[in-house]
Design a protein around this ligand. Structure first.
Ligand code: CA
Length: 250
């Protein structure tokens, strides 16, 4: 009789332990990380002016007036987002490299525009990855693969939405929460602000990610859409750029 009671008590205890066990794959049990900094894009007018100046510099035999050079430098200085994306200053990328960008889906090309995953890591704010399923793409993901020898990653910077113009940004959906995985294991949730700008996520305490060891295999960081800010015109969720910061460089 006593033994039966003990068995029932143990069974109940086991059941309740299962009921309360943390759901390791659930978004609810992962820490939310807010951006440590957000650098907003300039207005469309400034962006257009900056692009014209930038393209002039790339033309062969460019001999630009001093005032154009000065204006370009002034814009870069005034908008650190452009400086960060385009100045070519020292960064994790001096040694770090992404080998491959893949995604669970992408939107079909429309005219001359495509929405391939590599667009989320081509160092251009104008090209984008857009998920390609019906609805707003909750559960869709983009994944980055790095070689074993690659310097380690300690941070992520994201340009959420279609930041090329204000209208495109408002029309398309933007990621709100991104679940980040390291080699298939959930790490944290990036709580992206609904702001048209470069958002920095310091992940030092969750990492570093990677090995910086040529004898180790390739490794992966995945970003899965958990929640979105709905676009005013389209449901497609878009990321213009997702880049990395880290260590083992210089
Ligand atoms: Ca891009």
């Amino acid at each position: 009789m006593k033994k039966t009671f003990l068995c029932i008590a143990l069974a109940v205890a086991t059941l309740s332990a299962h009921a309360q066990a943390p759901r390791s794959n659930s978004a609810d049990n992962l820490r939310m990380v807010a951006p440590s900094d957000v650098w907003l894009m300039p207005s469309d007018a400034i962006l257009t002016e900056w692009k014209t100046l930038s393209e002039s510099f790339q033309e062969e035999d460019a001999d630009l007036p001093e005032n154009m050079m000065q204006r370009y430098e002034d814009i870069m200085e005034q908008y650190p987002v452009l400086e960060d994306l385009y100045s070519g200053k020292c960064s994790w990328y001096c040694g770090g490299e992404v080998q491959r960008v893949t995604a669970s889906s992408h939107l079909k090309a429309q005219g001359k525009f495509n929405y391939l995953p590599k667009n989320a890591h081509d160092f251009s704010h104008e090209s984008v990855w857009a998920e390609g399923v019906a609805g707003q793409g909750v559960g869709e993901w983009v994944e980055y693969e790095f070689a074993g020898a690659c310097p380690r990653v300690t941070g992520v910077k994201i340009l959420p939405g279609h930041v090329k113009t204000k209208a495109a940004w408002e029309a398309n959906s933007r990621p709100h929460r991104l679940k980040m995985y390291y080699n298939g294991k959930p790490v944290c949730i990036l709580d992206v602000q609904d702001a048209r700008g470069l958002q920095f996520f310091d992940l030092e305490k969750y990492g570093p990610f990677g090995y910086h060891d040529a004898d180790k295999p390739a490794w992966r960081l995945r970003f899965e859409i958990v929640d979105v800010y709905p676009g005013s015109k389209y449901q497609d969720t878009v990321i213009s750029e997702l880049e990395f910061e880290g260590i083992d460089v210089h």
